[in-house]
Design a protein around this ligand. Structure first.
Ligand code: UD1
Length: 367
């Protein structure tokens, strides 16, 4: 009889949910695998979490640790304490973590200390900017993971440079793109355009939530200023992250419809996908949206000085414009006038990354 392989996977914050879905689906094809999903509760609002479970048809979490918000130390420590208790009660043979959020490092650390192997999905990405909390999470998670599942070639190079043996590193493609490709048809039935009163191809989409862009009032005001200039000729739909919403409110900044801004609460996955697909341009500081834009073939301006996802730039769809208003203005003008460079789709972003990962994990850890 084949031994059961007990796998616990971790999802905590919004960008994790679309990465767990394809893996859960692929693992369900292996009768020898018992898969339990743990939600840490890092994100807990209806529209930062519940909507994603509904839209993506994710399995109901086996446990929700309900940690909620807090500063980095508190949040990370609280996740560790609660996840450790869970692993004490009901251990696993393998813990799978995804991405780079506080839930990722917290659960990887608990597993590693307990001698449970850790698999990291989206390993190897580096912005080389340690002022980003996510960069610290990425470095530390990779350092204690046993198997590193990488979405783009730069990740393989980075891990090799850091001395990770080749037999632990697998280039598998991008699980988030699995979700995008399998959700695209369904997203086309979204009513978001009618709800917002906008037509396909007649607007841009903005998201901003990085501390480096929204926590410093001067930086935030400058960005809002240049976005306002663009919004005068092209309405900008702006689903506002809770962090950004709090900062805008405390600074008394209002983004008005008459000024070209269509502000919404954070949207569910399908509505947001539909919005991106119909956009002429996307302006963002998100990691994942840079990747999604490449597949949706919408020009993306990344409002950051660096990216841990350089393949999005070499694919021709992403322009790293930073925070300089002059650069943002110029790049927006070029993108909107259709001045384009050669474009390509990153290798292995084909909708099958989840299957590849499941196959590798079962081969390595199943018996
Ligand atoms: C986290 C991730 C970031 C990811 C982002 C996507 C880390 C270090 N950062 O950042 O990589 O891109 O999620 O959203 O893990 N809040 C709510 N409701 C929620 C969740 C958060 O109101 O459901 C508010 C809280 O006031 C909280 C703030 O948003 O203090 C920030 O949330 P937090 O999870 O700490 O980090 P994010 O900025 O969301």
């Amino acid at each position: 009889m084949t031994k059961q392989l007990s796998i616990v996977s971790i999802a905590g914050a919004r960008p994790n949910f679309m990465k767990i879905g394809p893996l859960a689906k692929a693992l369900a094809h292996y009768p020898s695998v018992e898969h339990r999903l743990v939600h840490t509760g890092q994100h807990y609002d209806q529209n930062m979490s519940d909507l994603f479970f509904r839209d993506l048809g994710l399995p109901k979490p086996w446990r929700n640790l309900e940690v909620g918000s807090g500063n980095h130390a508190t949040q990370t420590a609280e996740i560790m304490t609660r996840f450790d208790r869970v692993m004490e009660e009901a251990p696993a043979d393998l813990v799978v973590v995804v991405g780079d959020v506080n839930s990722t490092i917290a659960c990887a650390l608990v597993a590693a200390k307990r001698g449970i192997p850790v698999a990291h999905v989206e390993a190897g990405l580096r912005s080389y900017d340690r002022s980003m909390p996510e960069e610290i999470n990425r470095l530390l998670t990779d350092a204690i993971s046993d198997v590193l599942l990488v979405s783009e070639p730069s990740g393989v190079d980075n891990l090799r440079r850091e001395g990770v043996p080749d037999d632990r590193v697998h280039l598998v493609g991008n699980v988030m793109i699995d979700t995008l490709l399998s959700s695209r048809e369904k997203a086309r039935t979204s009513m978001i355009h009618a709800t917002l009163g906008i037509a396909h191809g007649a607007y841009g989409v903005v998201t901003l939530h990085r501390p480096s862009n929204v926590d410093d009032p001067a930086v935030m005001r400058e960005l809002v200023g240049v976005l306002g200039e663009i919004a005068r000729s092209l309405p900008l739909v702006f689903p506002v992250h809770p962090r950004t919403s709090a900062r805008l409110k405390s600074q008394g900044v209002e983004l008005r419809r008459e000024a070209g801004f269509l502000v919404t609460d954070p949207l569910g996955y399908l509505d947001f996908l539909a919005l991106m697909e119909g956009a002429r341009i996307i302006l963002t500081d998100s990691g994942g949206i840079q990747e999604e834009a490449c597949i949706l073939e919408v020009p993306c301006l990344t409002l950051r000085e660096n990216t841990e996802r350089p393949v999005t730039v070499s694919s021709g769809w992403n322009d790293l414009v930073g925070r300089d208003p002059e650069k943002i203005r110029g790049a927006a003008k070029r993108a909107l006038s259709g001045q384009t460079s050669a474009k390509s789709r990153p290798a292995l972003w084909d909708g099958r990354a989840g299957e590849r990962i499941a196959e590798i994990l079962v081969r390595r850890y199943g018996s």
